[in-house]
Design a protein around this ligand. Structure first.
Ligand SMILES: Nc1ncnc2c1ncn2[C@@H]1O[C@H](COP(=O)(O)OP(=O)(O)O)[C@@H](O)[C@H]1O
Ligand SMILES: O=C(O)C1=C[C@@H](OP(=O)(O)O)[C@@H](O)[C@H](O)C1
Ligand SMILES: [Mg+2]
Length: 173
């Protein structure tokens, strides 16, 4: 089975994906780590040195490869991966992919991202909590429509990783 995890920055795609893959005994691929490996650079440095457009083009190339994989795998996408060009259409058109949206409210996303801004170039400049929260509210309003086209939507607010993984397993049975 091919499982793609979607959701906003900080929703837990990387964290849950790794543990879900271990639980069900499938290979795990973290999209951002894959890009960092290929570029021999961090996401922040790629954004800084080559720009976001370069990153989005690379993201599309890697997405197409992930969609074409013919093996069981859990892939944790980047928060923006489904949101550019026709990327979500490509994901939806792939019949062997179970797409799962890890949904969190703005307050919980802000709480998490406040502690982890540095490695996320889109928000690293937002010093005040209020500015971060305003950014997330607007950005999630723009992107939520795309994430919501996933086959499964898991509400992750106040749930442990264990509970979320159990819920995903139940959905995929
Ligand atoms: N269910 C959860 N409960 C509490 N913290 C979580 C949970 N899932 C993820 N986290 C934490 O939230 C932060 C962001 O998770 P991460 O997997 O990096 O998000 P993403 O890949 O979606 O940007 C990490 O510090 C992670 O440990
Ligand atoms: O939402 C986005 O546009 C991005 C999300 C990041 O991944 P995470 O969602 O894993 O933080 C990473 O791909 C990059 O910083 C851009
Ligand atoms: Mg991640």
């Amino acid at each position: 089975m091919k499982i793609f995890l979607l959701g906003y920055m900080g929703s837990g795609k990387s964290f849950i994906g790794k543990r879900l893959a271990e639980r069900i005994g499938q290979e795990f691929i973290d999209f951002d780590e894959e890009i960092e490996k290929r570029e021999k650079s961090t996401i922040s440095d790629i954004f800084q040195q080559k720009g976001e457009i370069y990153f989005r083009k690379l993201e599309l190339k890697v997405l197409k490869e992930m969609i074409a994989l013919e093996k069981s795998v859990v892939v944790s996408l980047g928060g923006g991966t489904p949101c550019y060009g026709d990327n979500m259409e490509l994901i939806k058109a792939a019949e062997d992919i179970e797409s799962i949206y890890l949904k969190l409210n703005i307050e919980n996303l802000t709480n998490r991202l406040e502690k982890e801004k540095e490695k996320r170039p889109l928000i690293s400049h937002l010093k005040k909590r209020e500015d971060l929260e305003d950014f997330i509210r607007k950005h999630l309003f723009e992107r939520g429509f795309v994430y919501s086209q996933s086959q499964h939507i898991i509400n992750c607010d106040s749930k442990t990783a264990e509970e979320i993984i159990n819920e995903i397993e139940d959905r995929l049975k």
